[in-house]
Design a protein around this ligand. Sequence first.
Ligand SMILES: [Zn+2]
Length: 334
Amino acid sequence: MVVLSQKTTLPTLLLFLLGLLSVCCCRAELLRFEHEAKPDGSISFLVVGDWGRKGLYNQSHVALQMGMIGEKLDVDFVISTGDNFYEDGLTGVSDPAFHQSFSDVYTDPSLQKQWYIVLGNHDYRGNVEAQLSPSLTDMDSRWLCLRSFILNAGTEMAEIFFVDTTPFVTTYFTNPKEHVYDWKGVLPRKKYIENLLLEVESSLGESTAKWKIVVGHHTIKSAGHHGNTDELNMLLLPLLQAYDVDFYINGHDHCLEHISSPESRIQFLTSGGGSKAWKGDINPWNPREMKFYYDGQGFMSVEVTQMDVGIKFYDVFGNELHKWSTSELGKFVI
Ligand SMILES: [Zn+2]
C-alpha cells in the first residue's frame, strides 16, 4: 500500500497519480490516502452523486445548500458517488464541462476542500482517463478521482474503501445499446474484477478502523429505477458482510435512500440526487428495511466520531429529511 498524507505536496501527489495511471490499471493495487481528523477527533463530510449537468436540473441549487450545510458542519471533505458528467463523461482534459459542471458550480468556501471521487457508468461513456488525469487536479486542486482507492479518515477511526463498480455490470458489455464505453484499463474484465475483489478483501481484512465505509457508484440494495445490482449482491456484498462493514454508500439511482438489513449491520445509503431526479418509479420494499426514500434532489452529510456515526439527508432547500445514527443499532433485534 502507498500512503499519502494531506501534507503531501502537490507535485508528489501528482507523481503518485502518474504512477497509478501507468501501473495500477492492470494490477488493481489500491492507493491509500490519509485525511486528518479535526482537533476534537471528529470528521464530517458531504456525499453527492449523479450531478454534472452544468448547473441545470437544480444542480446549482443543491450545490448552494451543500455550501450552507458544509459551512455549518465545517466539513473536512466531499465524496462524489459518480456519474460526474452527463451524459457521456468528459471528452478530454480540456472539456469545458469540467468547469461548467464542477468548478463553477460548487463555489461555496465550505466546499473548497478535497473531493474524493469515483466513476459512474456515464463517466465510462466518455474519456475515462481524462477524469483520472492529474491535469484536472492542476486546474482545480479539489479534484481527486481514481478508479478504486482507500481513504484513512482520522487515525484508526474511519476507513473508506472506494470501489469502481461499473465494470461489474454485465449488460454494459453484452448489451451496450447505443452507448460506447471506454474500457481502457479494465480489460480483460474478469481479471480486473478478480484483482479488485482480492484487493478489497485483503484491505478490509487488514483494517483496524472503528468504522468501515464502502463507496461505489452502483446500488447494492435500492427500490429506485435501477434497483439492486445483481453482480454486486453476488460478488461484493459477501465481503462487506464478512468483514463487518458499517455503511455502503452509492449513487446511480437519482434519489436519497436508506435501507437497513436484518441480516447484517450494514446500512445501504443512496445519495444520487445531485441534479436530475423525480423519476417516479419506486419499487415496493419491506417497510421494516426501508428507513427512508425521497425521489427528489439532495445530498447527505456524515459525521463520524469514535463513538458514533450520524447521517442526514437534505433536500434542494436544505431541509433535513431524514437522520439516523449508529446508536440506533441497539434498537434492532438481529
Ligand atoms: Zn449511474
